[in-house]
Design a protein around this ligand. Structure first.
Ligand SMILES: Cc1ncc(COP(=O)(O)O)c(C=O)c1O
Length: 373
């Protein structure tokens, strides 16, 4: 094993000395959580940075998804994608909803609007699409279907921090959008997440739900949960936000480097960016096609043997996990595009401290197919 392993991602950490003054303020105030000053400042700073009306911070993205479903009182069946991180569908099970999987489009690997209508039943109440890899969904077509059938739309926007389409933030679409600030994300608060919503009343309701349902000292209006972001995480987010320009600049350069170097390599298909006016370069997915000399898994193993730890996001499909595979919509014949992508995809390393030499090393291994190791 080479002694300098490269992982699919590495969280961005600002210089430690920049974080110390934030910690000193927390120590002085003794306010550690429950909507303290850093929490409030980060909600405001993110609303401004992202160009959205309201941001409610959460302890993580999964609790934000669960709370989003609770806030909209979603019941019954929810149409969603099988091609995502498992938390998307798990949030539905936590709320007692039934996931109904619909296939994805080949170009973006996002929920295919043309296949949604056939999956709607009298029990359908919502659609939960994912802006996979930060590529915006076909939001217009999805909203049209939602309007026709009176369905709610909750976007799992865990990958879409800062992404804009030609009209502004991609987070403005649907009833609610949910972000993750997990350590692996473009913007991280160690652990964290948020719900983006459009009006103050909904924001207030969400704020109650993430604090056990308390509206004041003695009144509880719903069986809410503890999903509050702490002051340490919020403070880190404020600092991280200052570094976003350099983070995005470096990610963009790596993305361009890969695209140029891999252009024309037979059997390697770089997933195109689709519909972003501003991208976030969160992932670098390639599809390993049958005319590449190695199978996807052989390539994955070869890179691993050279200390390059890629990830097969998203393999297995959510629909293949034991708690989902018995569902009528989970069969691979219902999900041919997602199933094919899950068998071909490999996400290459992309993160701000990845050097040009690292990228060259990875590209050289992809181009040199003379041996399995
Ligand atoms: C698409 C998607 N949804 C939801 C989540 C869950 O977010 P968290 O890890 O913050 O709970 C993640 C990532 O972790 C994700 O990639």
């Amino acid at each position: 094993m080479p002694d300098n392993p490269i992982y699919v991602t590495q969280p961005f950490l600002p210089p430690l000395e920049e974080f110390v003054p934030y910690l000193e303020r927390i120590w002085q105030s003794h306010t550690l959580t429950n909507g303290g000053p850093f929490h409030q400042q980060l909600e405001e700073a993110l609303s401004e940075y992202l160009g959205v009306k309201h941001v409610a911070l959460f302890a993580n993205g999964t609790l934000a998804l669960i709370t989003a479903l609770q806030a909209l009182r979603v019941s019954g069946e929810v149409i969603t994608t099988p091609y995502s991180f498992v938390a998307t569908a798990h949030s539905l099970l936590w709320r007692g909803n039934k996931p109904v999987f619909v296939d994805v489009e080949p170009s973006t690997l996002n929920l295919d609007p043309e296949k949604i209508e056939a999956a709607i039943t009298p029990n359908t109440t919502a659609i939960m699409p994912v802006h996979c890899y930060g590529n915006p969904c076909n939001v217009k077509a999805i909203q049209k279907i939602a309007d026709n059938y009176n369905l709610r739309v909750i976007y799992d926007a865990a990958h879409a921090f800062g992404v804009q389409d030609d009209g502004g933030s991609v987070l403005r679409h649907g009833d609610l959008s949910v972000l993750s600030f997990h350590a692996t994300k473009v913007f991280n608060t160690f652990e964290g997440g948020a719900i983006v919503c459009h009006d103050a009343k909904t924001k207030q309701h969400i704020d109650h739900l993430k604090n056990f349902g308390f509206v004041d000292e003695t009144t509880v209006v719903a069986p809410g949960i503890n999903a509050k972001m702490s002051e340490v995480n919020a403070a880190f987010g404020l600092l991280q936000l200052k570094h976003m320009p350099e983070i995005l600049h470096r990610r963009a350069a790596i993305d361009a480097h890969y695209r140029e170097a891999l252009h024309g390599v037979k059997g390697i298909h770089c997933l195109p960016q689709a519909g972003q006016h501003v991208a976030n370069y969160a992932y670098f997915p390639i599809l390993v096609e049958p005319d590449y000399p190695l199978s996807r898994d052989a390539l994955y193993q070869k890179l691993k043997a050279h200390g390059i730890f890629t990830r097969r996001y998203f393999y297995p499909l959510i629909a293949d996990f034991p708690m989902y595979r018995g569902l009528p919509s989970a069969g691979r014949s219902n999900l041919p595009v997602a199933a094919a992508a899950a068998d071909k995809v490999l996400c290459l390393p992309i993160y701000p401290t990845l050097t040009d030499a690292d990228v060259q090393r990875i590209v050289a291994l992809l181009i040199d197919t003379s041996g399995a190791t």
